[in-house]
Design a protein around this ligand. Structure first.
Ligand code: SF4
Length: 277
């Protein structure tokens, strides 16, 4: 799949948190717009940033060249205005796009954060490339709370290939999370959205995550499942004989199963218990 890459200068980098992020996060931060991983269930496909574009989701990417510079300026203003800064990076892209290897935008933001730390940074990614920045994460966690939340929707790579064929393999994500935790970084395994998994999944997550976050296509799409419906998710589950996994209470069922293996306070469920601390 080809991808059209543009370098842009953006007006702002911090966006005030609302909707599902308004649960303790004050801002979201997207170092890129667009996303090379192009997951089939991605709710951003149904948001204005993509809805009115002619190029399909996954085939364009904007690199925000001045992201770190904007962060420095905007964080000072936020501090002057309201005091706290709890950042979710990222809500509409993955901060570790393959091109981040050479673009170094996310890395430059982390460097800026070491200089001007927020109160909380949660990095949401599915890319093992994050381990490249472990040196900066170690420095940053001395200055603010840092959570690395790795999306691990399933432990079953065939299922991953069905729903997110261009995303990094599950074993690479697991290994990355393990490495980060071994370096003292607070880690979260984000089963988001829940996809069909094997009974071994809790054991696979074993000791690599400090918390486990469970979210679904119905809650996590920010539109009570309507975006996931429009993306044809119920049909995709059905075509592969997986419909029993597409139900409104799947997060509760999954949480119940995981609680057999993990202490209850380690399991967090979307909607009821949204803010990971
Ligand atoms: S990695 Fe995240 S932003 Fe990118 S396509 Fe997948 S769900 Fe969407």
């Amino acid at each position: 799949m080809g991808i059209e890459v543009k370098e842009i200068v953006s007006k702002k980098i911090l966006t005030e948190a609302k909707g599902y992020l308004d649960v303790g996060f004050t801002h979201s931060l997207n170092p890129y717009s667009g996303c090379a991983f192009s997951c089939k269930y991605c709710y951003v496909r149904e948001m204005p940033i993509q809805k009115f574009k002619e190029i399909p989701w996954g085939e364009w990417l904007n690199i925000k060249l001045n992201a770190a510079e904007n962060y420095r300026k905007e964080m000072v203003k936020v501090r002057n205005k309201q005091g706290s800064l709890n950042i979710f990076m990222s809500s509409a892209t993955d901060p570790y796009q393959p091109i981040e290897r050479k673009a170094l935008i996310t890395r430059s933001i982390l460097e800026a954060m070491i200089e001007y730390p927020p109160d909380l940074l949660q990095i949401q990614t599915r890319s093992p490339l994050i381990t490249r920045d472990v040196d900066l994460l170690i420095k940053l966690k001395e200055k603010c709370k840092v959570i690395v939340s790795m999306t691990i929707e399933t432990d079953w790579d065939e299922i991953r290939k069905l729903f997110a064929p261009y995303s990094p393999g599950i074993h690479l994500r697991l290994r990355a999370l393990e490495e980060l935790r071994s370096k003292g970084i607070f880690t979260q395994a984000s089963i988001s959205p829940v996809l069909p998994f094997t009974p071994e999944f809790p054991k696979v997550l074993g000791n690599i995550a400090d918390t486990i976050w469970i979210d679904t296509l119905n809650i996590g799409d920010g539109a009570k499942g309507k975006r996931s419906d429009r993306l044809g998710m119920p049909q995709l589950f059905e075509e592969h004989g997986l419909s029993k996994w597409y139900r409104e209470d799947i997060h509760e069922r999954v949480a119940k199963y995981f609680k057999k293996f993990f202490p209850c306070d380690k399991i967090r469920i979307s909607k009821y218990d949204a803010f990971p601390t």
